[in-house]
Ligand binder design. Structure first.
Ligand code: NAD
Length: 281
């Protein structure tokens, strides 16, 4: 398939995890990708790997929290490949982790700067180049932590909720320019970031497999394919949307769903129908 034939994409956080998977997938689907990240070694490796499929990809060192870096990133995409069609604002950090009363203002601000300001800057500086092409697609990475609260990730949850709503407000503004703005809310995905927020690296897959009804850890490709859909031609009528990709985690409270091996209906006391309560014995 070549869903993105002739398109130019920027992918932030492209050196690792979901951004790496998306860089390789988007290039395979025909795009020229500018891989953007703080991680120079990882980013250069991903750009080389993505280019191996035949579509040129380049790396640009970028700190998404810095306006000058994001501006330079868009300039590079236009200079290198002639324009910009897709902006995947995906870079993120776990940020301040722990009890709310112990979070310093500095750590709070650093979390917002990367996870929320980075997305704002990515939108701000990409829409001009997209307008010049007659339209484009912006995909932001939020989190299920931005859809519901998440314990001990206050700053991150607040930032990701900000991403969800910034996606909506931007969608309202830019639809008239042919620019769609959507976000993805991943659940637990086996990438290096989950180690950084305290999950033991050796047990990541097993730990994440228990976190939602689908009994496996999310994988970077689960998110890359969601991004491909939102960035691609089949999502032309989709904007302002939060695509939750979480194996069912936010579909209902933990502990209420069947696990592999559980009998169907276990816990429902073999009840078949619940009528008016006054008729019940
Ligand atoms: N893995 C999960 O379970 C999960 C769940 C929900 C949301 N997310 C979000 O998904 C996105 C991708 O994360 P991932 O899981 O692939 O983790 P990851 O750590 O593998 O990738 C994140 C990338 O962002 C880069 N980055 C961090 N700060 C940056 C900055 N200031 N400027 C530029 N690049 C920067 C890192 O170097 C890294 O390459 C993040 O926004 C994260 O918050 C992850």
């Amino acid at each position: 398939m070549t869903e993105l034939q002739g398109k130019v994409a920027i992918i932030t956080g492209g050196a690792s995890g979901m951004g790496k998977a998306a860089s390789i997938l988007f290039a395979k689907e025909g795009a020229n990708v500018v891989v953007a990240d703080l991680n120079v070694k990882g980013g250069e490796e991903v750009a080389a790997q993505a280019s191996a499929g035949g579509n040129a990809c380049v790396f640009q060192r970028t700190d998404v929290s810095l306006e000058a870096d994001v501006k330079a990133l868009v300039t590079r995409a236009v200079a290198e490949f002639g324009g910009l069609d897709i902006m995947f604002n995906n870079a993120g950090i776990g940020g301040a982790v722990g009890p709310l009363e112990e979070i310093s203002v500095e750590d709070w601000d650093k979390t917002q700067a990367v996870c929320l300001r980075g997305v704002f800057l990515g939108i701000k500086h990409s829409v001009g180049a997209m307008r010049a092409r007659g339209g484009g697609a912006i995909v932001n990475t939020a989190s299920i932590a931005g859809v519901w609260g998440y314990p001990m990730l206050h700053a991150y949850s607040a930032a990701k909720a900000g991403v969800v709503n910034l996606t909506r407000s931007a969608a309202l503004e830019f639809a008239a320019d042919g620019i769609r703005v959507n976000c993805i809310a991943p659940g637990g995905v086996a990438t290096p970031i989950v180690g950084a927020i305290g999950i033991n690296k050796e047990t990541v897959e097993a730990t994440l497999a228990r976190g939602q009804p689908v009994p496996r850890a999310g994988q970077p490709d689960d998110i890359a394919y969601a991004a491909l859909y939102l960035a691609g031609p089949h999502a032309g009528f989709v904007t302002g949307h939060t695509l939750v990709v979480d194996g069912g985690a936010v579909s209902g409270p933990a502990g209420t769903y069947r696990r592999p091996g559980d009998a169907r209906g276990a816990g429902a006391q073999r009840m078949r129908f619940a009528g008016p309560s006054f008729e019940q014995g």
